[in-house]
Write a protein that binds this ligand. Structure first.
Ligand code: PXL
Length: 450
């Protein structure tokens, strides 16, 4: 397999949200191989940076030389460099290199700690800005690099032009920290031809995030390694980071951490859900007597992605699995959002146990129910006891019933109700995967009493 490779020269973040760790996740998620040169080891969590141990400059330089002497690197990124010796070592090692360089001018952490010693800002500007192809400051960093106080959009442009004069070919000023009450975030790109491009994204209402700056510069680097032109790479990176902020994770007691793997993980889950559900439906419909279990309202088998939030995150059979004489057939293909009833039962179940992600509805008659009771933990609810206020609200009967049944038996495999006027009695079998659900159905069908 051929891959594009990128190199990140940055600090290690023990909390896993920023620095080297963020870069590896981001580049890998975008399909780019990531080599790593560590400049410093930080001891930190989501509340504080407790300790910083810079590596000696010789070790930093040797890492860079080792990588570059062997591996073709298509783009590289410079993150935390901390002190004068490291700045000089990095600058010397990269001086003659033709590979595109993205510079993330990291001055301080979101939790406040200084990640570039103040007295070295001069060296940072003199030795690193002239060798980089893109620099990615936030508003605060743009002020530090340009010496311009930023109060409005014109100041952002002035600061970008000043930073370009200092040697950076392209400048992206990230607007996330600017005018935090605005609904829109604006990133400003000044390209090497002097043209400004403005990128806009909806602001996500969160106080602070850990790692978003690193994710952005790592994504720009990855897209450049994939041969996208610089402005397009920045635009794609901006969209990518927006998604990773939407899926932010609260792992500690401090600021939430960006989740750069989330988009890739969700997409791969969606693919696997369709694949496994397709196999399960084939198995179900090839079972000789499955049609015996299909109710008047037909059956559906559903499968949700992890952390499913709505029926659009749950796949099912379009038009359900229908009875055709002695046989059962899927009415149409498998799609996300294809089921309402069974999917909303599952979504309600997942509030009690996230690991249970599949379900099927089958006919509730005496023998089927007896068989289920013999093999499984069974819970029930009575639709006749449903409060009027719930009945009147579209789509709320099912969640009400499932949560009522689970409050009596939280680990139930099967939940049933015995119907009401105009409502057919129903059994729902739950499991972690559609394969497990199919096995449970099989066991019921193999019962000699059925
Ligand atoms: O987000 C900037 C950053 C970069 N690199 C390292 C960090 C941080 C922030 O905490 O720890 C190593």
């Amino acid at each position: 397999m051929l891959v594009q490779a990128a190199l990140t020269i940055a600090g290690s973040d023990s909390s896993g949200g920023a620095g080297i760790q963020a870069d590896i996740k981001t580049m890998s998620a975008l399909g780019v191989y990531s080599c790593t040169v560590i400049t410093a080891i930080t001891a930190q969590n989501t509340l504080n940076v407790d300790h910083i141990h810079p590596l000696d400059a010789g070790t930093v330089k040797k890492q860079i030389m080792s990588v570059l002497s062997d591996i073709p690197i298509h783009a590289l990124k410079i993150g935390m460099v901390y002190n004068n010796e490291i700045i000089t070592a990095v600058s010397d090692a990269l001086n003659k290199l033709k590979t595109p360089i993205v510079l993330d001018p990291i001055i301080s952490a979101g939790t406040g700690a200084q990640l570039l010693q103040e007295e070295f800002l001069y060296d940072f500007k003199n030795k690193l800005l002239p060798i980089c192809d893109v620099v990615t400051p936030n508003i605060h960093e743009a002020e530090e690099l340009s010496g311009i106080m930023i109060k409005n959009n014109d100041d952002i442009k002035k600061a970008a032009l000043k930073i370009q004069k200092l040697g950076a070919k392209n400048v992206v000023v990230k607007g996330g920290h600017f005018r935090k009450d605005d609904e829109i975030i604006t990133d400003t790109i000044l390209d090497y031809q002097g043209k400004f491009t403005i990128l806009k994204n909806n602001r996500i209402k969160i106080v602070e995030t850990h790692g978003s700056g690193c994710n952005f510069s790592a994504a720009v680097t990855a897209f450049i390694a994939l041969q996208f032109p610089i402005v397009q790479a920045c635009s794609m990176a901006s969209q990518y980071v927006h998604n990773s902020i939407v899926n932010i994770v609260k792992i500690g007691r401090g600021i939430p951490v960006n989740n750069p793997i989330s988009t890739m993980y969700e997409q791969s889950c969606r693919y696997n859900v369709i694949k496994e559900l397709t196999e399960a439906v084939e198995e179900l419909t090839s079972m000789k007597n499955f049609a015996r279990l299909i109710p008047e309202t037909q059956s559906n088998i559903v499968y949700a992605i992890p952390n499913a939030k709505s029926v659009d995150d749950v796949a099912g059979v379009s038009g359900r699995i229908v009875k055709a004489g002695e046989r059962s057939v899927p009415a149409a293909g498998i799609k996300f959002g294809a089921s309402r009833h069974v999917a909303s039962s599952l979504l309600e179940y997942m509030k009690t146990n996230q690991l249970v992600r599949s379900a099927i509805n089958i006919k509730n008659d005496k023998r089927v129910l007896e068989s289920c009771t013999r093999f499984y933990r069974v819970a029930r609810y009575d639709r006749k006891q449903e409060p009027k206020t719930i009945k009147g609200r579209e789509g709320s009967s099912v969640p009400w019933g499932i949560s009522r049944a689970l409050s009596a038996k939280p680990d139930a495999d099967v939940i049933y109700h015995s119907g009401d006027i105009g409502k057919e009695p129903m059994i729902i079998i739950f499991g972690q995967t559609p394969q497990e659900v199919v096995e449970k159905v099989k066991k019921v069908l193999e019962d000699k009493n059925i």
